[in-house]
Each structure stands twice: as structure tokens, then as C-alpha cells.
Ligand binder design. Structure first.
Ligand code: PLP
Length: 451
């Protein structure tokens, strides 16, 4: 038993104890670490947190139990927790040019639940992008609580896959939602937050912008920011912010605007909505990790990473299209590439499984007008957050597209979720994936994030 240890010794002791006393779990965690190094991750909704972010997550700040906000806690013992949360808030505001930030939401979903339940009453109408057209569950989709407790009305995309603002305005005027949600989980083009705000203002609705997917590009100034255009902005912190699993709520100029009760400002409404209305104790270790992630995102070198996220995504779209794959909207303005594999007789489920068997990790995704359900789907979604972090450039995207193409061309379908893939293809692609991953190791030290 070590009694006095610094952070480094504590971490080393924890790993040593895990290995000695729980080898089953140790082995699983070690296998996962290796899996992330040795596979080509192209999940658009993922990234890899820096080792310094992971260190914050495993710190003893997680042992602090409290409720409320810095300077107004319900428990003693927050002498360190308070400055940590203030640091996270200050950095979030700095990174996004926001007037207000709340870093307590446990996830992006929680952030949306907090905002929606603070602005709406059960049965009120909510207008958001349909799940099948790239929206998120929490934007009013039927399987989510947001579709059950509110009246969710959905907008889609036009025949070319683009948001149709005239149609969105028509739906807004017809249904008069109290909240309009913009932002998506599967949409490869720019979002015009100003146009959404004009529609919201026309009917006196609040505008919520959910930038979970594109928060890094927004922070780097490579996608227009909604922070002043929308009343409220939410984001997950583990996707393009390369932070811990968690959420954040931001506000710009509308922080002091009146909330729905006409009594409290929007800022106060959301503070109360996080605690005591929706959540209990904050996860202070996660808040420290968010502070660290915002610190990395706010430093100049992050812009280079964000630029590489963009340039690799455009290159990947071009290279896949060049090999005959139907890229939705013909390309991308962000980190995401959507491919309709149904046109080549495949399902998303089969393509995903075939690629994973070769070490390429993507996800099946429904595409607009999809005839298959979400567990089968007719599309694939690719993202370049992790490829860019590994230092891959546009040239490497040619090879990535080639590997995807080799696998998908060789699939023999046996059902919506059943297929054969020739052994020689699997072996050949797996070997090339291993080489590519070896040549572009996942950075594990902060400095390498900016290499
Ligand atoms: C991923 C995502 C969320 C949910 O975030 P979690 O932190 O996983 O709950 C919310 N909105 C959008 C648009 C997302 O893509």
C-alpha cells in the first residue's frame, strides 16, 4: 500500500493493481487499447482523446461529491473542484466566443434533454431534422423521449441531399414549433444557422443548434459558428473536440434574453435546467478532462488538425467517387462522407461487417429515402477525425479509399446481413491496414496531437 503518491505514481499503481488483482479486466482494457492502434477508425462520431485528457478522467477529482455551481455548492470540499470547473467554463467560452457555457451535462443527449425540457412543456411542438435524413434521436425522433414527450415534426433534405430552407420555413409556419433544432449526425454540408434563426424569429421560436459533429471545425473557424445565431448551442465533447464523453451547453448574445417563463434569463433557465432540474452531481473528473480538451482545441496548432480533418474528408469523398461509389451530395464540407452502397447491391450492415473483418471501422447509416431499417441501412458513414489525428494526409486517403473499394467490390451478398468475402481479399486488405496503422501511430502524448 502506497500512501503518499503523485499523480504519476497513482496512475502506475492503479494499472499495476488492476493487472495483479483483476487480470480479466486488465486484459480487456489492454486489448481495447491495442484495437484502437491497429484498426483504421473512420467513425464520424468518434475521435481519440489525448492521453492528458484520459489522465484527467482517471484522476481523483472524480471522488468529489457536490451539487450546484462554483461558489454556490451544496457540499464542502470544493476548494479545487471550483477552480477546475471555472477553468473549463472559461476555456469553453474562449474557444467558442461564447458569453455562457455550462460544462456539467453528462452527454450530448443530456445537454439536449436539458435544453428541450427547459424550453418546452410536454406535448409542445419541436421541429428538427428527421433521423432518416441525418438528424439525431434527440431532435424529436419517435424512438427517443424527445419524440414521445413532445410533438416532433421532422424536416428532411432535397433530392440532392441538401437542406431545403424553403421547406423548413413552410413546416415552421404550418406547425409553429416552440423550438427549432438544427445540426445533424449525418449531413456532409454547411449549415446556414442564420437562415434557421430567421425562420425561428418569424414564428417566435427558440433555435437550438446542436454542433456535436462539427464542434471542432466551428472552434477552428472552418465552419460558421451558431453561437450567436442560435439562442442555445449544444455539443458532445468526445467527437470532434477530442475530449471525454460528455456534453456542453453554450450561449452567445441571447444568454440574457428572457426564458420561456418570462422571469428568468435563458442563462439562468439553463443553469437551473442542468441542476437541480435534470442532473445531480457533476462529474468533476470529466469536467477537468473537458477543460483539458478545450485547452488543446483553443491552442493555435488545433487549427492545423482541423484543416487536415477537412482536407482528408474532401480527398476521401473524391477518391471514393472516383472508384464508382455514390457519394451523397457529391462531396463534403465537413469531416463526414456519406456513401449510398445500396446502388451497388450492398446493405450498410454487410459493408460495415465486411470492412470490420479487415480492420476498417465505419458505420452503417440510413440515407435519405432508405428502404431499409436502421439495423440494415443502405449507406455507410465515414469520418476523418481519427485519420487526421494520426497524421494521415490526402495521399493516404487514396489508399484508404482503395482498401474500402477492394473489400466492398469483393463482397458476395447472401442476405441483408449475411455475406461472403474471399479469404485472399481479407488477408491482403488486413495486411495493408496493419501497415498503414503502423506508419501512422495514434498519438499518445499531447505534443503529438499537434505534430
Ligand atoms: C452524437 C450526437 C448527440 C449525442 O451525444 P451523446 O454524447 O452520445 O449523447 C447529440 N446530437 C448529435 C447531432 C449527435 O451527433
Amino acid at each position: 500500500m502506497i500512501t503518499e503518491t503523485g499523480l504519476e505514481a497513482l496512475a502506475a499503481q492503479g494499472v499495476a493493481e488492476l493487472l495483479a488483482t483483476d487480470p480479466i479486466l486488465y486484459d480487456l482494457l489492454e486489448r481495447e487499447r491495442r484495437r484502437q492502434h491497429e484498426t483504421l477508425a473512420m467513425i464520424a462520431s468518434a475521435s481519440a482523446a489525448d492521453a492528458s485528457v484520459l489522465a484527467c478522467l482517471s484522476s481523483s477529482l472524480g471522488n468529489v461529491t457536490t451539487e450546484g455551481y462554483p461558489g454556490a455548492r451544496f457540499h464542502a470540499g470544493c476548494a479545487v473542484a471550483d477552480p477546475v470547473e471555472r477553468l473549463a467554463v472559461d476555456r469553453a467560452r474562449h474557444v467558442f466566443g461564447a458569453q455562457y457555457a455550462n460544462v456539467q451535462p453528462h452527454s450530448g443527449t443530456s445537454a439536449n434533454q436539458i435544453v428541450l425540457t427547459s424550453l418546452l412543456r410536454p406535448g409542445d411542438t419541436l421541429l428538427g431534422q428527421r433521423l432518416t435524413a441525418g438528424g439525431h434521436l434527440t431532435h424529436g425522433a419517435p424512438p427517443s423521449f424527445t419524440g414521445r414527450y413532445f410533438r416532433g415534426v421532422g424536416y428532411g433534405v432535397d433530392a440532392d441531399g441538401y437542406l431545403d430552407y424553403a421547406e423548413i420555413r413552410r413546416l415552421a409556419l404550418a406547425h409553429r414549433p416552440k423550438v427549432i433544432v438544427c445540426g445533424a449526425s449525418a449531413y456532409p454540408r454547411l449549415i446556414d444557422f442564420g437562415r434557421f434563426r430567421a425562420i425561428a424569429d418569424e414564428i417566435g421560436a427558440y433555435l437550438l443548434a446542436d454542433i456535436s459533429h462539427i464542434a471542432g471545425l466551428v472552434a477552428a473557424g472552418l465552419h460558421p459558428s451558431p453561437v450567436n445565431a442560435a439562442h442555445i448551442t449544444t455539443s458532445s465533447t468526445y467527437k470532434q473536440l477530442y475530449g471525454p464523453r460528455g456534453g456542453v451547453i453554450l450561449m452567445g448574445g441571447d444568454a440574457d434574453a428572457p426564458g420561456p417563463d418570462g422571469r428568468r434569463t435563458l442563462a439562468r433557465t439553463i443553469d437551473d435546467g442542468v441542476f437541480p432540474y435534470f442532473q445531480g452531481t457533476p462529474q468533476l473528473n470529466a469536467i477537468a478532462a473537458k477543460a483539458r480538451a478545450f485547452g488543446i482545441v483553443g491552442a493555435p496548432p488545433f487549427r492545423d488538425l482541423a484543416r487536415r480533418v477537412l482536407s482528408t474528408a474532401s480527398a476521401l469523398a473524391r477518391e471514393l467517387a472516383g472508384r464508382g461509389w455514390h457519394v451523397l451530395t457529391g462531396g463534403t464540407d465537413n469531416h463526414m462522407v456519406l456513401v449510398d452502397v445500396s446502388r451497388r447491391g450492398l446493405t450498410g450492415a454487410v459493408a460495415e461487417a465486411a470492412l470490420e473483418s479487415c480492420g476498417i471501422i465505419v458505420n452503417k447509416n440510413q440515407i435519405p429515402g432508405d428502404t431499409k431499417g436502421p439495423r440494415v441501412a443502405g449507406g455507410l458513414r465515414f469520418g476523418t477525425n481519427t485519420l487526421a489525428l494520426r497524421g494521415m494526409d490526402t495521399t493516404a486517403m487514396g489508399l484508404c479509399a482503395d482498401l474500402v473499394d477492394q473489400v466492398c467490390r469483393s463482397i458476395r451478398m447472401r442476405g441483408d446481413r449475411d455475406f461472403d468475402l474471399p479469404d485472399h481479399v481479407r488477408a491482403d486488405v488486413a495486411e495493408q491496414v496493419a501497415r498503414l496503422c503502423h506508419d501512422h501511430p495514434l498519438p499518445t502524448i499531447s505534443g503529438a496531437v499537434h505534430a
